[in-house]
Structures are given as C-alpha cells and as structure tokens.
Ligand binder design. Structure first.
Ligand code: AMP
Length: 137
C-alpha cells in the first residue's frame, strides 16, 4: 500500500505528540482536534482500512484502546468520549492507515457531533441479511 503520513510518524520521520507506544501500537494527539485531548490510536502495521488489518494487529489495538481511553479521560477530566473509526473516503476517511479517534465530549458540547437517522429493521429482512453476513465467515 502507499506510504502515508502515519507511516512517517511511526518511523519518526515527522514529529507527533506521542501519548502511548508499545511494540504494535502508537497513539498521539490529533493535529486538528475537534475537542481537547482528541487522540489517534494506530497499529504499526500499515493497512488502509480495518477490514484489511491482520488479526494480530487488531488484537493489539483492542488490548491498548481501553487503557489509552482511560488515560485521555483522566488527563482531560472529560466525563464522556466517542471512539470513531472511519473506513473509505465516503465514510470520511482522509488518511489511509487504520486509526481510531478517541474524542472527549465535554459539558460545553465540544467533541463529536453525530447525525444519526435511525431506520427500522423488519424481521424478514433482518434474518436474510444476517444469514448473508454469517455466510461470509
Ligand atoms: P480520518 O478522517 O478518520 O482519516 O482522520 C484523519 C485524522 O488525522 C484527522 O483528524 C487529522 O487531523 C489527523 N492528522 C493528519 N495528519 C496528522 C499529523 N501529522 N499528526 C496528527 N494528526 C494528523
């Protein structure tokens, strides 16, 4: 895959405000924060989207995310936060190296704004769709 700005950060070629690192995971402050403490958590393995990431790198991210979120919450005093993970340009992805956003949400409303237009899942369509997804494994 093409080199991204996050690969350059992992290699230390461009700087970041690092908040966590282990053998497989790096976390640093987002350069364009939508709230104070907005943090990016990335695997060191370069994959453009989550569905293309190895199980091992995914497991390493899963292990690290709760403790990084805990540190961000403690340091900022935020009482709530969102975790956002975009895949594909239509889904607002701009950097094609897997990353999770940890975005503190504050009482003044700063943080992630979400437009969520809930539909309704009817039982026959739900059953058919679930069967289709199950058949992919
Ligand atoms: P996404 O839209 O999910 O791909 O988000 C990419 C994020 O990467 C944006 O929030 C950017 O502000 C952030 N970003 C881009 N370049 C850098 C950088 N050099 N250091 C820190 N964050 C960055």
């Amino acid at each position: 895959m093409a080199d991204t700005i996050f690969s350059k950060i992992i290699r230390g070629e461009i700087p970041c405000h690092k908040v966590y690192e282990d053998a497989q995971v790096l976390a640093f402050l987002d350069i364009g924060p939508i709230s104070r403490g907005h943090t990016l958590v990335i695997p060191k393995e370069a994959a453009p989207t989550l569905d293309q990431l190895s199980e091992e790198a995914g497991a390493a991210l899963g292990r690290a995310l709760p403790t990084i979120a805990q540190a961000v919450v403690k340091a900022t005093g935020a009482r709530a936060f969102n975790v956002l993970q975009n895949n594909g340009p239509e889904a607002h992805q701009a950097v094609f190296h897997v990353h999770f956003h940890i975005i503190p949400k504050y009482e003044d409303g700063s943080g992630l704004g979400i437009g969520w237009k809930a539909g309704k899942l009817d039982a026959p369509h739900g059953a058919a769709l679930a069967r289709e997804i199950l058949a992919q494994f």
